[in-house]
Write a protein that binds this ligand. Structure first.
Ligand code: PAF
Length: 281
């Protein structure tokens, strides 16, 4: 496995692969890799000849007061994990190369960011879209893999790829969970053991909503209220949002008549966690 820092070198490497007819798969990450990321890499291996893992903690997707400075980082550990998972290249560009002096060009969308996390993290998806588009230019992959845990991010990236005519296949991968159901996230490392127990409420609330739906409760407001009560019964939790929405438009649905996504963002102590589940009738 090779580590590339320079954007120019990244392009040269990709040009070489493309000339040889090889398919490049990109797995974009912000590092502090966990099994969820590693399963994206393994999935990546199935879709191409070369797997590039980008590790870049993107400053433009963090708002003021968010956890940019405390976001967990451990590059050496990441290198070893990615190597074992079969990555060919780790791409770790410098922030000053990605955002050169005077940087003033962003990508945005009109509708999808106006839901879910976009409401409580204004500007977050503008930063995500901008960096992902830049990574697509720098790495020039034919395939890119994203996790379904970031459901809104996935929907937004798919829209961006279609709208901006990127010739890149976007592949999604199901959320990877700990054995007790907690969705894997780099931020889980910031939870104390007490908070870790409370964090289980996210998955329990989702499972319970599906159970109530199976029993005939199709009203979203009832399902959301029950999920809120369940989560708040755990110490140290606060609810940022719980929504039940259309999986494509992300518009709220009031009565569930077909597949709908229940998405939630919860704070456990200072740690913000998200999770989601497709509810099926
Ligand atoms: O999902 C993430 O880790 C980030 O949002 C991404 C896609 C790597 C962009 O910084």
């Amino acid at each position: 496995m090779e580590i590339i820092k320079s954007i120019k070198e990244m392009r040269l490497w990709s040009d070489g692969c493309r000339r040889r007819g090889q398919t490049i798969v990109l797995v974009p990450t912000m590092g502090y890799l966990h099994d969820g990321h590693l399963s994206l890499m393994r999935e990546g291996r199935r879709h191409g000849d070369k797997v590039v893992v980008s590790i870049f903690v993107n400053p433009t997707q963090f708002g003021p007061g968010e956890d940019l400075s405390t976001y967990p980082r451990d590059l050496e550990r990441d290198f070893n994990l990615a190597k074992d998972a079969g990555a060919d290249i780790i791409f770790t560009p410098n922030a000053w190369d990605v955002y050169p002096q005077g940087f003033d060009t962003f990508i945005n969308q009109e509708k999808l960011p106006d839901h879910l996390c976009g409401l409580s993290r204004p500007g977050h998806f503008k930063g995500v879209m901008t960096v992902v588009a830049k990574l697509f230019h720098m790495v020039a992959p034919q395939v890119a893999i994203f996790g379904e845990k970031d459901f809104q991010q996935l929907a937004i990236i798919r829209r961006m790829v279609t709208d901006l005519n990127f010739d890149i296949q976007i592949i999604s991968h199901p959320t990877v969970r700990e054995s007790d159901g907690l969705a894997m996230s780099s931020r889980n490392s910031k939870l104390s053991s007490e908070q870790r127990k409370s964090a289980l409420s996210l998955n329990l609330a989702l499972q319970n909503a599906q159970k109530l739906l199976n029993e005939g409760e199709t009203r979203s407001d009832r399902l959301i209220q029950t999920a809120t009560d369940l989560i708040l019964s755990y110490p140290g939790t606060s609810v940022d949002y719980i929504h039940i929405c259309d999986p494509d438009s992300l518009e709220n649905v009031s009565t569930i008549t077909g597949p709908a996504v229940m998405a939630l963002a919860i704070k456990v102590g200072p740690v913000r966690l998200i999770d989601n589940m497709i509810l099926t009738t």
